[in-house]
Design a protein around this ligand. Structure first.
Ligand code: DP6
Length: 325
């Protein structure tokens, strides 16, 4: 245990093959394996201090003391760290994001990756990458992919012990860019946690899950061979497939808005004209447009011209979660 405050930093990630649905909701064991790219330049920084004499955990988000559901989720997570460390202390947690929440970038991924690293270190635990990734997974499934850097794969595993993310290629392997077309910053009506519990209500989910190893193989190979055309084909297919499950869940989850479709059409058109681009959409209306870094300027320019696009954020391929001095 370390009474000092420990600070960790982690990047969010964009799934290229999506995680959607759990086989165990409370352990966050996914229905299918997934592949992601860590996003450089966007990050969460989280400081944790375990303090004797504090009656409950406290949470400050971007400088604002926060209670309610966000604190409850953090406390549930810290219970796991308390159990691992074998003590009952409470923690002061302060977290800051340098990117807007609600911008269609999963802040829970970087948040729980940074919290897993900072809280475990401050508790005197020295978890290896797999151990940290497993721990982060319990806070938010996609967070396990924000522990290793670069291109990562979250292994399905057989249970809690072997479901974690590993790096499949380092950040320098392929200089890609994610240009995020922001079409709305309104908070989504149904977040991923509830959405994940609804995946199984769609009759399409079993077909999607059964087809996963084929998609993972195609995506992994496209990354390892830096084959953008192959990557584009499988990434768009996988995103559309997840949204087909979402749209056919009960209750229905429909995240696309008219500008989402306009961006998708513009991306297909740009690709037909020879630009290496593809889209992928998470549980919201904003569109992640992937391209080679050298073409990002051109991509941002055409995205800004699509009606309904309010802003475009740009990220490169990010590194692993790390401790800050
Ligand atoms: C659509 O990891 O955000 O972004 O585990 O409940 O926090 P929780 O869900 P989360 O779900 C991510 C869903 C997704 C696809 C993906 O990132 O793989």
């Amino acid at each position: 245990m370390n009474a000092r405050s420990i600070t960790a930093q982690a990047s969010p990630n964009i799934a290229l093959i999506k995680y959607w649905g759990n086989r165990d909701d409370s352990l966050r064991l996914p229905a299918n394996g997934s592949i992601a790219m860590s996003l450089d330049g966007l990050q969460t920084r989280t400081s944790v201090a375990w303090e004797a004499g504090q009656a409950a955990d406290s949470l400050t988000l971007n400088g604002i003391p926060t209670a309610g559901a966000a604190l409850a989720r953090v406390t549930n997570f810290l219970d796991l760290v308390r159990a691992l460390a074998g003590f009952e202390l409470h923690a002061k947690v302060a977290s800051e994001n340098n990117f807007p929440i609600g911008a269609g970038i999963a802040s829970s991924a970087s948040a729980f990756a940074a919290l897993a690293l900072a809280s475990s270190r401050a508790a005197g635990l020295d978890l290896d990458e797999a151990g940290l990734s497993r721990l982060a997974r319990r806070g938010s499934g996609s967070a396990c992919r924000s522990i290793p850097g670069g291109f990562t794969e979250w292994l399905l595993g057989t249970g809690d012990a072997d479901s974690y993310a590993v790096a499949i290629a380092p950040p320098a392997h392929w200089d890609l860019a994610d240009c995020v077309a922001i079409v709305s910053t309104v908070h989504k009506p149904t977040g991923s946690t509830v959405g994940n519990t609804l995946a199984g209500t769609s009759p399409l989910q079993p077909a999607r899950v059964a087809d996963t190893s084929r998609r993972l193989d195609l995506c992994r190979r496209a990354i390892l061979e830096r084959d953008f055309a192959a990557l584009a084909a499988i990434v768009e297919f996988d995103s559309d497939l997840m949204h087909a499950v979402m749209m056919t869940s009960t209750p229905q989850l429909f995240y696309w808005q008219p500008p989402t479709l306009a961006v998708m059409a513009a991306v297909r058109e740009a690709r037909a004209q020879g630009l290496p681009v593809c889209y992928t959409v998470d549980a919201g209306p904003n569109v992640h447009v992937l391209t080679e870094a050298s073409r990002a300027g051109q991509v941002i320019e055409f995205l800004r011209a699509v009606p309904g696009v309010r802003d475009v954020l740009r990220a490169g391929v990010g590194g692993p979660a790390r401790l800050l001095p």
